[in-house]
Design a protein around this ligand. Structure first.
Ligand code: COA
Length: 158
C-alpha cells in the first residue's frame, strides 16, 4: 500500500487543493491530509476549524485521512509511515519556496520523497488569501471553494 502525505495550512482548503488531492488519489492508495499548525503564518481560521473543514470536504473519500500536526513535516510523515509528500505547484512563483522546502526536507530525511503536481489550469490563480479577501468583500467564491468552506467564510465575515 502506498501512502502519501499532502500537507498545507489549508486556511482554508480550496478547489485547487482538492484538484491536487483527487489526482494524487489516482496514483496513491491512501492520502493523508496534514493540516499544519504553522507558526510562520498568521492563520485566519483556527487549527480546529481548518481541520474540521478539511474533514468535511473529504468525507466522501474513504482513502483519505485528516490530521493536524506540529513540528517538522518529515517527522510527521515518518510517524504516519509515509515516504512520499505531495505538494501542488501553481506557477513559477511557487517554485522557489517549494524548491527550498524540498531541499531542506531532503537534508533532514533523505528517505522521504517530495512529489510536485501541477495545479489544474482552472485553479492555478486560486490562493487561500485571495479567497478570503473576496469573501471578506462580499464577492462570490462558489467556483473556487467547496460549499462548506463558502458557508464557513461567509458566516465568519458577516
Ligand atoms: N490550489 C490552490 N491554491 C494552492 C494550491 C493549489 N493546488 N497549492 C498551494 N496553494 C496556495 C494556498 O492557497 C496558499 O495560499 P496563501 O499563501 O494565500 O495562504 C499557499 O498556496 C500555500 O498554502 P498551503 O498549500 O496551505 O501550504 P503552506 O505553504 O501554507 O504549507 C507547509 C507549508 C505546512 C507544508 C510547511 O510550512 C511545513 O512543512 N511546515 C512544517 C514545519 C517544517 O517541517 N518546516 C521545515 C520545512 S523545510
Amino acid at each position: 500500500m502506498t501512502l502519501a502525505i499532502y500537507p498545507g495550512s489549508f486556511d482554508p482548503i480550496t478547489n485547487g487543493h482538492l484538484d491536487v488531492l483527487e489526482r494524487a488519489l489516482n496514483i496513491f492508495d491512501r492520502v493523508n491530509l496534514a493540516v499544519a499548525n504553522n507558526m510562520e503564518k498568521d492563520a485566519f481560521l483556527s487549527l480546529e476549524e481548518r481541520e474540521e473543514l478539511v474533514k468535511k470536504v473529504t468525507s466522501s473519500r474513504p482513502q483519505v485521512e485528516v490530521a493536524s500536526f506540529d513540528g517538522l513535516l518529515v517527522d510527521f510523515a515518518r510517524s504516519q509511515g509515509a515516504s512520499v509528500i505531495i505538494r501542488g505547484l501553481r506557477a513559477v512563483s511557487d517554485f522557489e519556496y517549494e524548491f527550498q522546502m524540498s531541499m531542506m526536507n531532503k537534508r533532514l530525511a533523505g528517505d522521504i520523497e517530495m512529489i510536485y503536481m501541477m495545479t489544474g489550469p482552472d485553479h492555478s490563480f486560486v490562493s487561500s488569501s485571495t479567497v478570503k479577501e473576496v469573501a471578506r468583500l462580499g464577492g462570490d467564491i462558489s467556483s473556487v471553494v467547496p460549499p462548506a468552506v463558502k458557508e464557513e467564510l461567509e458566516k465568519k465575515y458577516n
